[in-house]
Design a protein around this ligand. Structure first.
Ligand SMILES: Cc1ncc(COP(=O)(O)O)c(C=O)c1O
Length: 478
């Protein structure tokens, strides 16, 4: 008879190993999204939590052909740590599509974009070193920065991305304290989780700051190709100029991934960095995994060599565009006037801000009971902020699921508001006549929000624009 074992990580089991754990494990955080994945695989759960692209759109016949044409011995063998030449050439062509012209020797293949963030952090960060990131930032980067014991300082954003004047103030404060950030981490396009895009002016200024102060910037760009509205903007990498060009300084490290334009399952990402840094990054990679999966790299190389990859990305953009519209309509229909959200022009995410007396971390348990999931905003901050916000994904659920998922979330939010009203005796404002909004982006106007219990809180915590100012197509406004 087999003995029943206590659940993994039970307290008394952990205690047995506690004395062995490194100091760094004390600051390790779990990835909220990974934890959520475990729950959201239940078929009855509508997950607006993941950052999953819709892989069901990939042609099964093409998949079968690519798999069958792979050279078995080579695909089953180790490969170079820098990555297969065919993959690095494919990466060069993807970057060229965003007007970045790099040499394959400036590229290393990583195991997804996640490893790119990990390697840069591992290479640059000693405990206590400062990393600057956006507020909110990619929830998957928070556990990475924490694992290396970075001091993460997050800079407020608005509809134009990171507020550069706030960055400059922070840099001046750090100067006064004799501290120098090791790098600035930014996702300029369709930011995860906020969905906003950094303006051209801010991109230029950020590159100028990097040059003036000789600061490294890690530009993470998984979503740049997933634009379904508006004009593309140059990457920081493009603004800075080609790597190693005479008279150019190299302060932008560029991270990309195949995850959102082909497949996250292949786990193929990449880094482009100044050569001295690249050499250290390769050493870090060797220590981690020797090389990224050769099997997956052969798949990627064969895909790019035998197919035009752009029509597939266009198909994805069309699909996500429609789903973005579906979720915006559903939010307008189901969330109360106190809520605000962003209106992305690409990518996979919308950031919703609720009144500050609603705690989305607590609310998640209630949502899971109703079989709907989102990423609580707290996961996007290293310091516990964000507890009245949530990230919603619109790429991986059907239109119907999106509508139903948002309806369930709306119902739970309404319950929370009613509870708050009954506890505080607050009376909700009656709806006013419907208004239409200009699509121009304006900064948040705290005074406009002050008559709601959430107003000051929202403006203080996250200066993302109000729903109305972002041109959300609301059929009613209260
Ligand atoms: C901003 C950002 N960086 C990196 C990653 C990790 O990508 P990958 O799946 O290639 O590891 C993601 C994934 O969602 C992301 O949103």
């Amino acid at each position: 008879m087999t003995e029943r074992r206590p659940p993994r990580g039970a307290a008394h089991e952990l205690e047995r190993y506690a004395g062995l754990f490194s100091a760094r494990t004390r600051v390790m955080r779990s990835s909220a999204m990974r934890d959520l994945m475990a729950v959201t695989v239940r078929p009855e759960v509508i997950s607006l939590a993941g950052g999953l692209p819709d892989t069901s759109t990939f042609d099964p016949a093409l998949f079968a052909r690519l798999m069958s044409e792979m050279p078995p011995a080579a695909a089953l063998q180790y490969g170079p740590s820098e990555g297969l030449v065919g993959v690095r050439e494919a990466i060069v062509s993807v970057m060229a599509a965003e007007d970045m012209h790099v040499d394959p020797d400036d590229v290393i293949v990583t195991t997804g974009g996640q490893q790119a963030i990990d390697l840069v952090t591992k290479t640059l960060i000693d405990p206590g070193d400062v990393v600057i990131a956006e507020a909110p930032t990619y929830p998957g980067a928070v556990p990475t920065f924490c694992s290396y014991e970075a001091d993460v300082i997050q800079i407020e954003m608005d509809a134009d991305g990171m507020i550069i004047s706030a960055l400059e103030e922070t840099l001046a404060r750090l100067d006064a304290e004799g501290r120098r950030p090791k790098f600035i981490y930014t996702i300029p396009n369709f930011q995860n989780p906020a969905g906003v895009t950094m303006s051209l002016e801010r991109r230029r200024r950020l590159v100028e700051i990097a040059r003036e102060r000789e600061l490294l910037v890690l530009e993470d760009n998984p979503y740049g190709m997933l634009r379904f509205e508006g004009e593309g903007l140059p990457t920081l990498r493009t603004i800075e100029g080609p790597t190693g060009a005479p008279g150019e300084n190299d302060f932008v490290i560029y991270a990309g991934t195949m995850s959102k334009i082909l497949s996250p399952g292949v786990r193929v990402g990449w880094l482009v960095a100044p050569r001295p840094l690249l050499a250290k990054l390769v050493l870090g990679k060797q220590a981690t995994d020797l090389c990224s999966s050769t099997l997956a790299q052969h798949f990627v190389a064969a895909y790019f060599a035998s197919t035009d990859w752009r029509p597939y990305v266009e198909t994805l953009c069309e699909l996500y565009h429609r789903r973005r519209d579906v979720i915006l309509d559903a939010l307008a229909e189901n969330l109360p006037p106190e809520a605000t959200w962003t209106r992305p022009h690409g990518g996979l995410f919308i950031w919703v801000t609720l009144p500050d007396y609603i705690d989305t971390t607590d609310m998640l348990a209630r949502a899971l009971a109703d079989n709907v999931a989102f990423v609580p905003g707290e996961a996007a901050f290293a310091d516990g902020r964000g507890r009245h916000s949530m990230r919603l994904n619109f790429s991986s659920s059907s239109d119907e699921e999106i509508r139903e998922g948002v309806r369930r979330i709306g119902k739970i939010v309404a319950e929370q508001l009613a509870l708050y009203d009954s506890l505080t005796g607050r009376r909700r404002q009656p709806p006013v006549a419907p208004r239409t909004f200009e699509p121009e982006i304006e900064p948040a106007a705290p005074e406009d929000l002050a008559d709601t219990a959430s107003g000051e809180g929202m403006a203080h915590i996250l200066q993302l624009p109000r729903r109305g100012s972002l041109g959300g197509r609301r059929s009613r406004e209260a």
